[in-house]
Design a protein around this ligand. Structure first.
Ligand code: SP5
Ligand code: ZN
Length: 347
């Protein structure tokens, strides 16, 4: 397993997120990636490298130019409003829902934050762009390594990516690393790529990016959006549209779901991936399905992650693992590396 490590991840360091009317400490914090890096070192799972920077054009394959331009300049604009802002996280405060217009970009900074976001739980900080861009570099580098013959690559980066759409951030995510990896492999000659999202939360950003396409199969196993974030996408009746009809598969599960129920959904997902016959696989690897996760309500145990990696290896495809969620910091390293080791061992 070749790991692409974002050594600038800690430059994204939010102070708070909005929760039940209060600002609470961020769950998505630098210690998460540190936990995984430490465990990777202990287990000796192969080389750990830093990525080469990729041109912004690679990011424009997935994200809109105006969104990328906004993200890149947002922190400077925030501080320009008031020098005291340098010590505060930036949040949106107004959103263009339904009957409001999203085709005209307002001049007001908060209004643009709202135009380009889906929630108030995702602080933008001084180093957010640097950290997210370096994560995107990792994703494209990992995709390229697979095209050059590597069997498995791991993107160890934060902030995560699967909630980010073509032109919005949210759910702690800014740039969609899984989508960038899949698109890079297609641009480099792969004919079909499957993405399996095993984070506890539905990968709404990834789904929406590929919803009309038949060259990317998107499958997500997640907590039912009727009760869990992201709430407004991830239902079983979302099958894709136009050419993409039949190339989106959501497998929502109830609160309290056991390992057994979860593994049954994984089996369904793997059968569909087999019939799709992709040239490569991207795994949005969140381990917030863990029983001890502070945000979540599934019941997976640390040893289960070995079995998950093993099952994914049986698909026999070059696979890019992209680190997404998981907030039980202490067990995070073991849980993530268990998936990678399960995969390696079964190859
Ligand atoms: C990548 C990822 O896993 N994003 C998840 C975003 C979830 N945002 C909503 C968090 C709601 C916080 N709930 C606190 C529950 C404390 N018991
Ligand atoms: Zn998650």
């Amino acid at each position: 397993m070749l790991t692409f490590y974002n050594e600038l991840h800690a430059q994204h360091r939010g102070k708070h997120e909005m929760f039940r009317g209060e600002l609470v400490p961020c769950f998505e914090k630098p210690e998460r990636a540190d936990s995984v890096l430490a465990e990777l070192g202990r287990r000796g799972l192969g080389r750990i490298v830093t990525p080469h920077g990729v041109p912004l054009m690679s990011l424009e394959r997935i994200h809109t130019p105006r969104y990328l331009h906004f993200l890149r300049s947002a922190w400077n604009e925030w501080v320009a409003l008031d020098p005291a802002n340098a010590k505060k996280d930036a949040f949106p405060s107004v959103w263009p829902v339904r009957t409001l217009r999203d085709d005209i970009e307002p001049e007001n900074f908060s209004a643009r934050m709202g135009l380009y976001s889906m929630d108030s739980g995702t602080p933008l900080t001084a180093g957010t762009w640097t950290a997210a861009k370096t994560g995107a570099d990792c994703a494209v580098n990992a995709a390229h390594a697979l095209r050059l013959g590597e069997r498995g690559a791991f993107v160890l980066s934060r902030p995560p990516g699967h909630h980010a759409g073509a032109d919005f951030f949210g759910g702690y995510c800014f740039l969609n690393n899984a989508a960038l990896a899949a698109q890079h492999m297609l641009d480099d000659g792969a004919r079909k790529v499957a993405i399996i999202d095993i984070d506890y939360h539905h990968g709404n950003g990834t789904q929406s990016i590929f919803y009309h396409r038949d060259d990317v199969l998107f499958i997500s196993i997640h907590a039912d959006p009727r009760f869990e974030y992201p709430f407004y996408l991830g239902h079983a009746d979302e099958r894709g549209e136009g050419a993409g009809h039949g190339y989106n598969l959501n497998l929502p599960l109830p609160a309290g779901s056991s390992t057994q129920a979860w593994m049954a959904a994984l089996e369904t997902a793997c059968i569909r991936i087999g019939s799709f016959a992709p040239d490569a696989l991207v795994v949005s690897l969140g381990v917030d399905t863990f029983a001890g996760d502070p945000l979540s309500r599934f019941k997976l145990q640390s040893a289960d992650y070995l079995k998950i990696g093993e099952r994914l290896a049986w698909l026999g495809k070059p696979t890019a693992f992209i680190f997404e969620g998981g907030y039980a910091v202490k067990e995070l390293g073991v849980n993530v590396v268990n998936v990678l080791e399960g995969y390696e061992t079964a190859l």
